[in-house]
Design a protein around this ligand. Structure first.
Ligand code: ADP
Ligand code: MG
Length: 292
C-alpha cells in the first residue's frame, strides 16, 4: 500500500468511527480471512440479568439467594451484578462476609456467617469435588436457552443452580451477516459454558465456537484459529482480551471497552458495536485494494 492510500483509508475510517491506531492495520485487515469475537460485552450487552433459580431439596430459596448475593457483592464480574441486583429487587438482607476469594475463570467464594459459600461454573464445583449431576437436566435446558448456568455450594454441599442471561446487542446480527457477505469466517471465543455459547452462536449464524476457555487460553485459541484459517482479526472489550488482541494479526477493541483492551488493539471501534468490523474490512479492501 502507498502512504497516500493508507492516509485516505485512515481518514475515511475516522469518519466511520473506526480508529486505526497503527497504519499497517489497514493493510493487515484486507488479508483477514477469519474474525474471532469475544462473546460477553462484544456480541452481547455484557449486562446479564438473573433469570432462574432452583434450590436443592430442604433449603430455603430466600436464604440461599441472600448468601449467594453476599459473596457476589464483592465481585466485579457482570454475573455478580446480576445476582446482587436480583437479591436487592426482592428486598433480601444480604449478610456480611469475610475471606472473599475470586478464582478467575471459575467463580467466587467467601465465608458467610461462618459458613463457606462457593459460586461459579460447573468446573468450579468439580474442582471442589462436588457432583452437579442432580441439576443436569436443568443445566442442559438453561444452556439450550442461551442462559449461563451457575452453581452455589453452601458449607461444601451443592445448594442451587442459578442462571443469568445476557442479551445479544441489537447491532450484532447485521454485523455478522455483513462479515459473511464479505466472505469471512466468524468464530466466537468465550469463557462461558459450551451449550450456552453454542446456542448463541446458532442464533447468530457463527461458524465456529471455542467455549469454556480460561483467560490464559484465549491466546491459544487465537493461535489455533490462525493455524486453521489464516489471517485473523480478534475483537474484544475486556482486560482478559488484551493478550488475544496482541496475538491476533489485527486486534480490534470495542470503543466502550476497558482501557487495557484499547491499549492492546490496532483498531478501535468508536461506535462500541461490531458493525465497525465489516466497515473497516470493506474500507481496507477499497482503499488498499489494488494499489500495491
Ligand atoms: P467470560 O467473561 O467469557 O464469562 P470469565 O473468565 O470472566 O469469562 O468467566 C468464566 C466463567 O467463570 C463464567 O462464565 C462463570 O461461569 C464463572 N465465573 C466467573 N466469575 C464469576 C462470578 N463472580 N460468579 C459466578 N461465576 C463466575
Ligand atoms: Mg468481554
Amino acid at each position: 500500500a502507498t502512504p497516500t492510500s493508507i492516509m485516505v483509508g485512515t481518514g475515511r475510517g475516522a469518519e466511520l468511527g473506526v480508529l486505526f491506531r497503527k497504519g499497517d492495520a489497514l493493510q493487515a485487515l484486507k488479508d483477514a480471512s477469519v474474525v474471532a469475537v469475544d462473546k460477553t460485552g462484544t456480541l452481547t450487552e455484557g449486562k446479564p440479568t438473573l433469570t432462574d433459580i432452583e434450590i436443592a431439596t430442604g433449603l430455603e430459596r430466600a436464604e440461599v439467594l441472600a448468601r449467594i448475593a453476599a459473596v457476589e457483592a464483592k465481585s466485579e464480574h457482570p454475573i455478580a451484578r446480576a445476582i446482587v441486583e436480583a437479591a436487592e429487587a426482592e428486598g433480601l438482607t444480604v449478610p456480611a462476609i469475610s475471606n472473599f476469594e475470586s478464582i478467575t475463570g471459575y467463580g467466587v467464594a467467601a465465608d458467610v456467617d461462618g459458613v463457606r459459600v462457593d459460586v461459579g461454573a460447573d468446573r468450579f464445583m468439580t474442582k471442589l469435588g462436588l457432583d452437579v449431576s442432580v441439576f443436569a437436566d436443568t443445566a442442559a435446558r438453561l444452556g439450550t436457552e442461551g442462559k449461563t448456568p451457575l452453581y452455589a455450594a453452601i458449607g461444601g454441599r451443592l445448594a442451587a443452580i442459578v442462571a443469568v442471561a445476557d442479551p445479544i446487542k441489537e447491532t450484532t446480527p447485521v454485523a455478522i451477516a455483513a462479515l459473511h457477505t464479505l466472505g469471512l469466517k466468524v468464530a466466537m471465543i468465550t469463557g462461558d459454558n459450551r451449550r450456552t455459547a453454542e446456542a448463541i452462536a446458532r442464533r447468530l449464524g457463527i461458524d465456529e465456537v471455542v467455549a469454556e476457555v480460561l483467560p490464559e487460553g484465549k491466546v491459544a485459541a487465537v493461535r489455533k484459529l490462525k493455524a486453521e484459517h489464516g489471517k485473523l482479526a480478534f475483537v474484544g472489550d475486556g482486560i482478559n482480551d488484551a493478550p488475544a488482541l496482541a496475538e491476533a494479526d489485527v486486534g480490534i477493541a470495542v470503543g466502550n471497552g476497558t482501557d487495557i483492551a484499547i491499549e492492546a488493539a490496532d483498531v478501535v471501534l468508536m461506535s462500541g458495536n461490531l458493525n465497525g468490523v465489516p466497515n473497516a474490512i470493506a474500507l481496507s479492501r477499497a482503499t488498499i485494494g489494488n494499489i500495491r
